[in-house]
Write a protein that binds this ligand. Sequence first.
Ligand SMILES: [Zn+2]
Length: 341
Amino acid sequence: MHELVYFYPEGHAAHYERDHPERPERVETMRRALDEIGWWQPYPKLPPIETPAAVLEAIHAPDYLKTLQRASARGQHLDMDTYTTTASWDLAVNAVGGALAVSQAVWHGDARRGFALTRPPGHHATQNRGMGFCLLNNIALAAEDLLQNTGAQRLAIIDLDQHHGNGTQDIFYTRGDVFYFSTHQSPHYPGTGRVDEIGVGQGKGMTANFPLSAYSGDMAFTTVTDALILPLLDRYAPQMILVSYGFDPHWRDPLGSLLLSAAGYKTLIERLCAWADANCQGRIALVLEGGYDLDAAAACAQGVVAALLSRSWEDPLGAPPQPEAEAWLSMLGQAKNLWGL
Ligand SMILES: [Zn+2]
C-alpha cells in the first residue's frame, strides 16, 4: 500500500485569466514546496480516471454541463468571477477524474492517504451553476462515484475552505448518504452556511455548518473540530472522509480574514487522520479548493502533507500578526445546543 498518492492536474496552466486570484501558480507553488521538503517525488501521481456519465449527471444537470461546455468552447465567463478558457472544460473534467482516482485509491486500500491538487476548484459549483471560480464539483463527484461504484454507503465531506461550500451543501442537502460539515468565515461570500442549515428530508441532520466570525484562528478551528466535527463523525460513522482543502483560512490570505496558521491546519488534518485511523481504516483524502496567497500555499501544503504522512514539521510562517478574536465562542454554544452535544 502506498503511504500517499497525489493527483497533479497536467496542463492546468491553460486555465487562467490575467490578474485573477485563481491562478496556476497556486498549484505550482504547492508542488514546489512539497518537492523541496522531499514529499513530492516519492509518491505516485495518479492519472485522472474517466468519470462515468451516470456519476456526472447525478451531480450536475445535463443542461448545466452543456452550458459549461459551450461557454468553455468560447472562453466565456459563467459569472463575473468565474472564467473559462477553451481548455477549461477538458481541465475541469480532468480535475474531476483526479479526485475520483485519488478517492478510489484510498477507498480500495491502494493508498493510505490521498491528496488531489484539483484545479479548477469545485465546492461552489451547484447542480445547475458554476460560480465562485468553480466549474464542476470535484469532491461531490468523487463522493458520488464511491457511492455508485464501490459499495460505499456513508461518506463524510469536511469543508475547511474559508468559504462555505454552497454547491456541495446543495447537492447533498436532501440526501442521507453524505454528511457535510463546513467551517467558513461569516458573513462572507457566498452568504450561505448558517448554523441552522442542517439538511431536509432524508438529509435532515446530514449537513452541519459552523460560521466563524472574522479573526477566528487556530483556537477556534481546533475547538470546533474537537467539540463538533469529531463527535458528529462519531455519530454518523462515515466509511471515508473527504476533505475540501482550501488554504484560504490562512492568516495571509488576501480574500479572507480568518487567522488559521499552517501549523494549525496541520493539527486539524492530524485530528481527522486519527479519527479515520480509529474508525474507517484510515481512509481520508484531500481535494483542493481555494487559497490565494502563495506563501500560505507552500506552508499549508507542507503542513497538511506532514499530517497525512505523520511527520514532524515546522511552520515557516508561524502565528498571525494579530491575536485571535473570540466572538466564535458564542456560536459554539449555539451549535452544541443545536446538535445536542
Ligand atoms: Zn475559498
